[in-house]
Design a protein around this ligand. Structure first.
Ligand SMILES: [Zn+2]
Ligand SMILES: [Zn+2]
Length: 376
């Protein structure tokens, strides 16, 4: 036995060293995996492989999107193949870079644009990348940012300045959706704006539009808690609960009968309210002659629109899908303090509580808008 003891001690020391090292540089990472619909499992996965043009990002915070809630329930099937790690709104720091990468180094704070377009289809050739026929998203079409590490081409990164917190950086993607919609609708200073839908994306459109126009603004929803959030963060915005007031009438009355310059539809799956037009038609009825309707809500139902109402106004309807390059604008506006990201964040939760986070978003839309998952 003599002499054996030190060997065991040495072996234990070596094991301890290996495990201690594995805390930061192991070959595995924690990830939230959707193994079947409606059920996340926190698991250890191998670190993703990094290509020469890629950067490994250590995710700090990831934000839960309405699309994630649909994906969670299986609404994106068969586009999402289980088991699967969602997450397309996330930010973190560069862990390491591939051999071909220039301009980024370990420790850089970054936000990740999750959109992958093909560059070869007619839409891409015309420079209309959000309409790419083969558009794919990190976190929807391939594993995403509800994991501690992810590898992405460096071309998908945007640097985040020190003045923007890690938590706020996780909201850059969804703000980008808002800024892109404003660009599609050509919002300009002084425009009067109506937004049908005051949820996650609707409030991002509202905040983005507020950086462009200080004109009258209306936000319509049926969830009182969301309207209350807006009353708190943007008291000058006129909120309308469509269950209690007719939004088209309110907008008409409060704009001297003129209507708004731009109306956004950000509802998607609308509830039927007796006596009220559906949100797209209500947008058409809310704008002035020559105004613009911008549709973003991802509803699956056919929506009746009386085109005569549009023709009389010689108005236009445009659609807005994702974003294209508006990350830079969102980051700059955050840095300059022109957005109110804390007004969107209802809770911060460790990724281990992801199942609870999804349940809260589903069952308590009055109390929870954005939940950020902490992956640090
Ligand atoms: Zn999203
Ligand atoms: Zn394409």
């Amino acid at each position: 036995m003599k002499g054996g003891f030190p060997i065991i001690v040495v072996l234990r020391c070596i094991r301890r060293l290996i495990y201690a090292n594995s805390g930061t540089k192991s070959n595995t990472m924690k990830a939230a995996v959707l193994e079947q619909y409606n059920e996340f499992r926190i698991t250890e996965k191998p670190l993703p492989a990094m290509a020469a043009n890629e950067v490994m990002v250590r995710v700090h915070y990831a934000s839960i999107c309405g699309s994630d809630q649909h994906l969670f329930k299986g609404d994106f099937h068969p586009r999402t193949k289980l088991p699967f790690t969602p997450g397309h709104e996330f930010a973190g720091v560069v862990e390491k870079t591939g051999d071909e990468v220039t301009g980024y180094k370990s420790g850089d704070k970054v936000a990740v644009d999750p959109i992958i377009w093909c560059g070869a289809c007619d839409a891409c050739k015309a420079g209309h990348f959000p309409a790419c026929e083969k558009l794919r998203l990190i976190g929807i079409d391939q594993d995403g940012g509800f994991a501690q590490y992810i590898c992405v081409p460096s071309s998908m990164l945007y640097k985040v300045p020190p003045g923007v917190s890690h938590q706020h950086a996780a909201l850059v993607e969804v703000y980008g959706i808002g800024f892109h919609a404003c660009k599609r609708a050509a919002v300009k200073q002084g425009d009067r704006i109506a937004i049908y839908g005051g949820g996650k994306v609707g409030q991002c459109v509202m905040q983005a539009a507020r950086t462009k126009s200080k004109g009258q603004m209306f936000v319509v929803d049926v969830v009182e808690g969301r309207l209350e959030m807006i009353r708190q963060s943007y008291p000058e915005v006129r909120v309308i609960n469509a269950l209690r007031e007719d939004p088209v009438q309110v907008i008409r009355n409060e704009t001297e009968g003129k209507g708004v310059d731009v109306a956004f539809e950000v509802v998607g799956h609308a509830v039927d309210i007796p006596g009220r037009a559906n949100p797209v038609r209500a947008c058409v009825q809310s704008i002035r002659g020559g105004g613009t309707v911008c549709v973003l809500g991802l509803g699956d139902e056919a929506v009746p629109v009386v085109f005569k109402e549009l023709i009389w106004k010689e108005a236009r309807i445009v659609a807005s899908r994702v974003s294209h390059g508006e990350f830079a604008e969102a980051i700059a506006q955050l840095e300059q303090g022109h957005l109110k990201p804390d007004a969107l964040i209802s809770a911060l939760m460790p990724v281990d509580d992801i199942q609870k986070a999804f349940d809260l978003l589903d069952t308590q839309p009055d109390n929870y808008l954005k939940i950020l998952l902490d992956l640090k």
